[in-house]
Design a protein around this ligand. Structure first.
Ligand SMILES: NC(=O)c1ccc[n+]([C@@H]2O[C@H](COP(=O)([O-])OP(=O)(O)OC[C@H]3O[C@@H](n4cnc5c(N)ncnc54)[C@H](OP(=O)(O)O)[C@@H]3O)[C@@H](O)[C@H]2O)c1
Length: 268
């Protein structure tokens, strides 16, 4: 079992490619010979990345700036992808807010649902029929260990990641044997995330060093897992243990504890 073989007409798509895990996914796919479509809001960063990957790996990289929280911009990208030969989709773009929902900006929370949940669902639905028809394709969705159980003070993020975790694992089983691989990337802490209200010193103090992995490590593990059609990839040994613990610990006990940690992250 492997990823689809790179073909001049085929494209691997990476959302959230301007930074972090998405940038590392795009770099790893280019190194493996895949031509790309990369997307996020910041066009200059995407153009820089496209130039570097083309120079280094001699691949074609198409840049599609889009705000995936915006339904009209998302529809434009979705409609294009539905007509293209998409070999791999990494539905990775995502963001988080921290703090009690009642104190957060309501418009921002609605946008988070659009980006983290609809932004994944829409694009997967766009590429899936073509992949099934070709009996070949790979879909990687970036969920999170944060989607394993409720998280007070991170409620919208955790709920959107629960959606992605569940959707990805359900689809994995639905299309098993079709030639289309579906893998969930559900990391613990990765040293890439930008949450506007949380400074690095606070997250380093509250999250032990051994739990962190790099974006490059997460991306490589994710694509290796997708090649093997793994249901779920959790990069890093300690993060795997944390993930199992928060999936199976009694919620009555674990949810208030984790909520307090996120409260501290929010400066409460
Ligand atoms: N890092 C972690 O600890 C961690 C843990 C578990 C799960 N994850 C998940 O892994 C994925 C990647 O995380 P990361 O750490 O790489 O995050 P990151 O470094 O903050 O990068 C997020 C990416 O998403 C894009 N993005 C943000 N808002 C967008 C919007 N409205 N429309 C389109 N693109 C948007 C950003 O680009 P622009 O700003 O240019 O739009 C950027 O390329 C996310 O889904 C995240 O939830 C991360």
């Amino acid at each position: 079992m492997s990823l689809p073989v790179p073909h001049p007409d085929a494209r691997a798509v990476v959302t959230g490619a301007s930074h972090g895990i998405g940038e590392a996914l795009a770099s790893e796919l280019a190194a493996r010979g895949h031509n790309l479509i990369i997307t996020s809001r910041r066009e200059e960063l995407l153009n820089d990345l496209a130039g570097r990957l083309t120079d280094r790996h001699n691949v074609t990289v198409e840049v599609r700036p889009a705000d995936l929280a915006d339904a009209a911009q998302r529809a434009e990208l979705r409609d294009e992808l539905a007509t293209r030969n998409i070999s791999v989709l990494c539905a990775n773009a995502g963001a988080a807010t921290i703090g009690p929902v009642a104190q957060l900006d309501a418009a921002g929370e609605r946008a988070l649902v659009q980006l983290n949940a609809a932004g994944v669902h829409d694009l997967v639905l766009a590429v899936l029929p073509g992949m099934l028809e070709r009996r070949s394709g790979g879909i990687l969705m970036s969920g999170s260990t944060a989607g394993n159980a409720p998280i007070p003070n991170n409620a919208t993020y955790a709920a959107t990641k629960a959606f992605v975790n569940s959707f990805s694992e359900s689809l994995h089983h639905e299309v098993r044997g079709s030639g289309v691989h579906v893998t969930l990337l559900a990391p613990g802490p990765v040293r890439t995330f930008t949450v506007e209200s949380v400074d690095e010193a606070t997250s380093s103090r509250l999250v032990p060093d051994y739990l962190w992995v790099s974006g490059e490590h997460a991306a490589k593990a994710a694509l290796d897992g997708l090649a093997r059609n793994k249901t779920r990839v959790v990069p890093g040994g300690p993060a795997k243990i944390m993930s199992l613990t928060n999936q199976y610990a009694p919620r009555r006990i674990s949810v208030p504890i984790i909520g307090r940690v996120y409260g501290q992250l929010a400066g409460l």
